[in-house]
Write a protein that binds this ligand. Structure first.
Ligand code: FE
Length: 263
């Protein structure tokens, strides 16, 4: 079945990192998404809280675990609709929150109906930190071209969990979803096709994998698919570092167009 309600990935008296639940029913033609929440003292950060389609469920999950007035930061890894199209629904509800997204995409948010630029914080290409009131500093880790041209992961140095956006995403066959990877080899077929087609090329996979490996990450939490902890996360980084994808394998797409179109 694979249904789960909110899972605590890390918790201490001052800080927790939660994986919010899923839709009860799997839906065909609709990519399954994960949303996460970091609570640090009285401050709450939402990570890719998702599109309009999942908004009622995510709102219910968030409201169950924190006071909505504590939501001060909404992070979007990139501009895709499954990540960020719910932004206009969140802004009036989390009315003290700011939105963090790559500076490449801030001019696109008005197309979702966001007109108050004072609530948008563009993340510069080199990344940076999000300082919280307790002194915790979340880190914006560049993940450009993996897959979006302007794209970030978030490293939480307290839990040592990396929110990786689309990197590490998996697409489950119907009826097969699970929230944590236990067997990397069995999980790999659910990740391979997506990464080969969406990620821009091995050069950037390698830079990101090396940067992430240097942080001492304990778990990788992606926006689709399942969380990879410990050895599973290390296996993923080793695989991703060597992946040939995107422009490395694009010949196969262009080869088709040199043949006469079928009539
Ligand atoms: Fe995406």
């Amino acid at each position: 079945m694979g249904l789960f309600s909110t899972v605590t990935l890390y918790e201490d008296p001052r800080h927790r990192f939660l994986h919010l639940g899923w839709e009860e029913q799997e839906e065909e033609g609709f990519v399954q998404t994960n949303q996460y929440l970091i609570q640090d003292g009285d401050e709450v950060v939402l990570l890719d809280p998702g599109g309009a389609h999942v908004f009622p469920r995510v709102l219910a999950n968030v409201a169950e675990v924190v006071d909505l007035s504590q939501v001060r930061h909404i992070f979007y890894s990139h501009q895709d609709p499954d990540v960020s199209s719910g932004v206009t629904l969140w802004l009036p509800i989390a009315d003290r929150a700011k939105v963090y997204i790559s500076g490449l995409w801030t001019r696109f948010l008005p197309h979702f109906g966001v007109y108050d630029q004072r609530r948008i914080v563009p993340i510069p290409d080199g990344g940076g930190t999000l300082p919280l009131a307790s002194g915790t500093r979340l880190q914006f880790i560049p993940s450009h071209f993996l897959h979006s041209t302007g794209c970030f992961s978030v490293f939480d140095p307290v839990s040592r969990i990396l929110f990786s956006g689309d990197i590490g995403a998996a697409v489950f066959p119907p009826g097969k979803r699970y929230e944590e990877v236990r067997d990397f080899d069995a999980h790999l077929p659910y990740m391979e096709g997506f990464h080969k087609r969406y990620m821009a090329g091995n050069g950037v996979c390698r830079k990101w994998a090396d940067l992430v490996s240097s942080l001492g990450v304990e778990a990788i939490a992606p926006q689709h698919g399942a969380v990879m902890k410990g050895e599973q996360a290390r296996r993923f980084l080793a695989w991703f570092r060597e992946l040939r994808c995107g422009v490395d394998v694009a010949d196969s797409f262009y080869g088709a167009s040199s043949r006469p179109a079928a009539r």
